[in-house]
Design a protein around this ligand. Structure first.
Ligand code: ADP
Ligand code: ZN
Length: 611
């Protein structure tokens, strides 16, 4: 029965006791020759969805599974992981010389490979297609797996033109099951994948996109660096994580500053030379507690499961980007944080980038719409997860694991304050026939008679000083939220001056009530939610044991030139320290220890665990 084949392989090869989510149904379907489109969030466990059918069908004498994968680093790590699990796999890509490629081709032709990873460029060469034809004739192609399948869609930012020629798989290799996998959920991409890969008959497996182990947190920007430092020091000492910034310059500066603050941090952006970029990426993958500070150039193919946090120092472009970037946290299923700080300047910058971008007005309009959806998420006073999932057409209940659920923000009726602010913009412009920026506006509202206010005679306006009871920070927050909701427009082409929009009218007339999130005072209650990644309750001995296990893992990984997590996940080491197994049999009961790893590392582990 296929069910038990899949189950046996899961336990025996990968050492896992049970499947996650839809894995088992997908795997059974592909083993039974079915085509599949698998949409699963990052960390959902997509790799096993094709690796287990590959192993099962290889054992049935059906040959090799060809995995089409876009990135060399990804292939290398996947093959490394399969290798230690005792599965014969290889890759073909441009990092190899001719002799190495020949050797792999030979292994393939001789039917020795369970899985072969190739880039789409390689797959579509006449030479490689000829090899595939030969295998196909002998019924020695077990499965085609198209990983990161959203790369076929030219609407996404990961578009790879070569992916579009993959329609040839259906045309030339009829009868070989195809499984396409992606973590990109939107319906345009999905339709594109189905059309391009001719998967009309495929079974569509759509998992929930929720990442329950990720805690979302959005803070309004007061002093970004101080806020980040507080977040890192209270929640992520010694953790691996990613800090995203918008510009290369800021990436460099932030990485340097974090280093000065005592963290291990490295920069990553497209302006670094390829040698350093690769070096930094590899160190991040291989080391335990490194922070990478990066532009969005960093991310695709980052398969590191124990990224404990993703922090945004600048606002991402839209919800899709935010979800993809934050999704790199917590792939191993353990608790992780998605943390962001944002302020008025971020809104202004993003709007300006859209205004200045090339493209039709209709296209820009769609970008603005997407930005607005993100702003609404950032300003939300209710559950962030509900809003995020709603954006992907998924209904859910309040999660209990986001900042708003854990610390419901105080809401206040800001209708009067909003009217004061809007009418102040109006009066200033009417009086001077000029628009002004946020700083000046707030000075007028708070009744500060400084040089500029005097110079323009704004001390005589009826709105001068009407907002003296609110702090500058409170006014900034109100302004930011009015900009986010679109009642005020910031003209980035004219010194960030403020203009009223049509939707200000209803607020001014008192027809549209405004309820805003109350800013926590800088000195007031901490908004950081504590204890998110508190480790399990290990006693002192177990903590020491875990340290020894980690040191052993680092050394073993370095010896084999592999990322530490490919040897064992953190959760496996923690389970070992907790339960202290004393025999091979007891070891094999720990999740993450399959037969091959037991053989390779069992003796070492028992020695460390000896009581
Ligand atoms: P995706 O490609 O969907 O982002 P991966 O295939 O890389 O996810 O899986 C994420 C992590 O979860 C991997 O480290 C993998 O070993 C682990 N994993 C996958 N399936 C299971 C399972 N059934 N039980 C335990 N761990 C699993
Ligand atoms: Zn919530």
């Amino acid at each position: 029965m296929t069910t038990s084949i899949a189950q046996d392989i899961l336990q025996e090869v990968f050492g896992y006791p049970r499947f996650r989510g839809a894995q088992q149904t997908v795997i059974d379907h592909v083993i039974a020759n079915g085509d599949a489109l698998v949409l699963m969030p990052t960390g959902g466990g997509k790799s096993l969805c094709y690796q287990i059918p590959a192993i099962a069908r290889f054992r049935q004498g059906l040959g090799t599974c060809i995995v089409i994968s876009p990135l060399i680093a990804l292939m290398h790590d996947q093959v490394g992981a399969l290798d230690i699990a005792g599965v014969n796999a290889a890759f073909l890509n441009s990092s190899q010389n001719a002799a190495e490629s020949r050797y792999v081709e030979q292994q393939l032709l001789q039917g020795q490979l369970v899985l072969l990873y190739v880039a789409p460029e390689r797959l579509t060469t006449p030479r490689f297609l000829a090899i595939l034809e030969a295998l196909h004739e002998k019924r020695q192609l077990s499965v085609f797996a198209i990983d990161e399948a959203h790369c076929v869609s030219q609407w996404g930012h990961d578009f790879r033109p070569e992916y579009r020629s993959l329609s040839l798989l259906a045309e030339r290799f009829a009868g070989v099951p195809r499984i396409a996998l992606t973590a990109t959920a939107d319906s345009i991409t999905r339709a594109d994948i189905i059309e391009r890969l001719q998967l009309e008959q495929a079974h569509c497996f759509i998992s929930s996109f929720d990442r329950p182990n990720i805690r979302y947190h959005v803070a309004s920007k007061t002093e970004a660096r101080k806020q980040l430092l507080h977040f890192l020091r209270t929640e992520h000492v010694d953790d691996a994580g990613i800090v995203y910034c918008q510009s290369r310059k800021k990436v460099e500066e932030t990485a340097l500053w974090l280093t000065q603050e005592g963290f291990h941090a490295l920069p990553y952006h497209a302006g670094l030379d390829i040698k350093n970029r690769t070096l930094h990426q590899n160190r991040f993958l291989r080391e335990d507690s490194l922070i990478i500070v990066a532009t969005i150039a960093f991310g695709m193919g980052i398969d590191k499961p124990n990224v404990r946090f993703v922090a945004h120092l600048d606002l991402p472009k839209n919800i899709e980007s935010y979800y993809q970037e934050t999704g790199r946290a917590g792939r191993d299923g353990d608790n992780a944080n998605a943390w962001m700080t944002y302020g008025l300047q971020d809104v202004v910058n993003q709007r300006r980038m859209i205004d200045e971008s090339v493209g039709s007005e209709a296209f820009k309009q769609s970008l603005r719409g997407k930005l607005d959806a993100l702003l609404a998420l950032a300003e939300a006073t209710d559950c962030r997860r509900v809003r995020l999932l709603q954006y992907f057409d998924e209904a859910s209940a309040a999660c209990g694991n986001c900042d708003n659920c854990l610390n419901p923000p105080a809401i206040w009726d800001a209708s009067v304050a909003a009217q004061q602010l809007l009418s102040c913009i109006y009066r200033i412009e009417k009086h001077s026939n000029l628009s002004f920026g946020a700083g000046h506006l707030i000075d007028v509202l708070r009744g500060k008679l400084n040089d500029k206010v005097q110079q323009f005679g704004h001390g005589s306006l009826s709105t001068f000083g009407i907002g003296a009871t609110l702090s500058e920070q409170q006014w900034r927050s109100i302004l930011r939220q009015l900009v986010a909701t679109g009642a005020v427009r910031v003209d980035a082409t004219a010194f960030n001056t403020l203009k009223l929009t049509e939707s200000a009218r209803g607020i001014l007339k008192g027809e549209v009530p405004i309820h805003l999130r109350a800013e926590h005072k800088a000195s007031g209650k901490k908004t950081t939610v504590k204890n998110v990644t508190a480790r399990s309750n290990l006693d002192d001995d177990s903590v020491d044991c875990l340290k020894t296990l980690k040191a052993w893992r680092s050394a073993t990984a370095a010896k084999n030139n592999l990322p530490a997590y490919l040897i064992f996940h953190d959760s496996t080491l923690t389970a070992l320290a907790e339960t202290m197994p004393q025999s091979l049999k007891e070891l094999s009961a720990i999740a993450g220890i399959g037969i091959k790893k037991l053989e390779a590392y069992g003796a070492d582990l028992l020695q460390i665990l000896q009581v």
